[in-house]
Unconditional design. Structure first.
Length: 337
């Protein structure tokens, strides 16, 4: 996969095309429909008989992120063109798969969510005082999260709540919202953490809460932090938005985006030891569904359906030892012999 990059990198595209003509790979898998990967796709399609299959990975809707309607309109048109122009598409969510299947044959669209991280510590916080909330405050507004957590603080006053992951201006925005919600002293913020520290924080929590607001962006994304919670086995309450029901299934509590429902689910899980143990076991089992070696099979099937010879894809069968696929960044996927 080629990573999205800055404007200067666009000058590399002609040289990259010439290099790929010499190297002659069976498949080129692009990480985004816009930016440098999108321009590479456009040039490859303009070359007529391109020697390699060009696959596209979509982990989000790109146009809603644009700041004005004109930019949104332009990116939306380009995005739909790229969906149709690629030889095959991998998608991070069922919603994306449904939308993209409307502009190309559904058989060439493969569901490929982020994988669960490997070799992480397991949940050990059954007697912990912490409710951990992994979020970068991109999937939920600080004001909405503040209102939800204020209800949780009232329902479980003995709990200590920790936000894990916000950084930069998001931290300042959160503290302003927390003061307005009168919970600034009740919620601890652990900003960006190193991977080892981050997973230790998750493992030491008694309960986790994954907040998301209903939106197009939330429907299109694969919430990687929910996969982190599954890998660690933390008993989780998640808002029933977007891909969360498909990932969590029966391995946690799914609730409506309302403060009372969220607080009631966290209160029940906080006081029910057997329920926490049940969700821990189910989460660990559910995590195996999204193991890298299983996702490699899906990717291989897409390549074969696109006309890539079996011999050229057989290395994917070896699973995790030959698949470098990082849950934090889909653009890091590479397959190598």
């Amino acid at each position: 996969m080629f990573r999205r990059s800055g404007w200067a990198s666009m000058l590399m595209i002609p040289g990259l095309v010439r290099w790929l003509r010499v190297w002659r790979p069976d498949v080129v898998h692009l990480s985004k429909p816009i930016g440098v990967p999108g321009l590479f796709l456009a040039q490859a399609r303009g070359l007529g008989r391109w020697p390699a299959r060009v696959m596209l990975d979509c982990d989000d809707l790109e146009w809603p992120w644009r700041g004005n309607r004109v930019a949104q309109w332009g990116v939306k048109l380009w995005e739909r063109w790229a969906w149709a122009a690629a030889d095959g598409v991998t998608v991070a969510s069922h919603a994306l798969g449904h939308w993209i299947s409307g502009v190309r044959p559904p058989k060439s669209v493969v569901y490929l969510p982020n994988p669960v991280p490997q070799d992480v510590p397991l949940w050990q916080g059954n007697a912990s005082p912490w409710v951990v909330v992994p979020t970068r405050l991109m999937d939920v507004s600080p004001e909405r999260l503040g209102a939800w957590l204020r209800t949780v603080c009232r329902a479980v006053p003995e709990a200590r709540i920790a936000l894990v992951g916000p950084h930069g201006s998001a931290v300042r925005t959160w503290f302003m919202a927390a003061r307005r919600a009168d919970i600034a002293e009740k919620v601890t913020v652990w900003p960006w953490q190193r991977s080892e520290t981050y997973y230790q924080r998750l493992a030491q929590a008694r309960v986790a809460f994954l907040p998301m607001e209903p939106s197009l962006i939330a429907q299109a994304k694969c919430p990687a932090r929910l996969l982190d919670l599954l890998a660690v086995g933390v008993p989780t309450v998640a808002v029933e938005v977007g891909e969360a029901p498909h990932l969590l299934a029966d391995a946690g509590d799914l609730v409506s985006p309302a403060g009372e429902a969220i607080a009631a689910a966290i209160h029940r899980l906080w006081h029910d030891t057997a329920r926490r143990q049940m969700f821990h076991q189910r989460a660990r089992a559910r995590a195996q569904t999204f193991a890298p070696e299983r996702l490699a099979w899906r990717l291989q099937c897409l390549y074969i359906s696109g006309g890539i010879p079996w011999e050229a894809t057989r290395f994917a069968l070896s699973g995790i030892r030959h698949v470098q696929y990082q849950a934090r960044d889909r653009s890091c996927l590479t397959l190598r012999k």
